[in-house]
Ligand binder design. Structure first.
Ligand code: ZN
Length: 129
């Protein structure tokens, strides 16, 4: 398993980590990569990377749907981030074929920060086959 550290810069942001993931699976010819986020207030998603405004819209819409202030029981001040992380999920799986991540033409992999800025980790596990 590979552990990657990243630093986020905003309370909420989507960071394109496609290049980071590609770099760490380059020695796998055929198989699957699992990219896992070991946090309760961050998530991960595959979506459009060509137009960066798509990722901005996703973050803004999640922020509107699950606002910072609400009738939350969790008193740490980041209940919104926990809920957003639950909705987006903790992991993705990608097929690797002939040494290439099988992402669609417009797809990229995004680390989703919901309660930054923080130091975060991403785990990558590859399975050959
Ligand atoms: Zn919390």
């Amino acid at each position: 398993m590979i552990r990657i550290s990243i630093k986020t810069n905003l309370r909420k942001e989507a960071i394109d980590i496609t290049g980071i993931v590609k770099k760490h699976v380059k020695n796998i010819k055929n198989g699957i990569a699992v990219v896992y986020v070991p946090h309760t207030t961050a998530g991960i998603a595959i979506n459009e990377a060509y137009d960066p405004s798509v990722a901005e819209d996703i973050i803004e819409t999640l922020s509107k749907l699950i606002p910072y202030s609400g009738n939350y029981k969790h008193l740490e001040g980041n209940a919104d981030a926990h809920i957003q992380a639950t909705i987006t999920g903790n992991s993705i799986q990608i097929i690797i074929q002939n040494g290439q991540l099988q992402l669609g033409r417009w797809q990229g992999i995004f680390f989703l920060e919901f309660d930054g800025p923080r130091h975060r980790e991403i785990y990558i596990k590859t399975i050959e086959g």
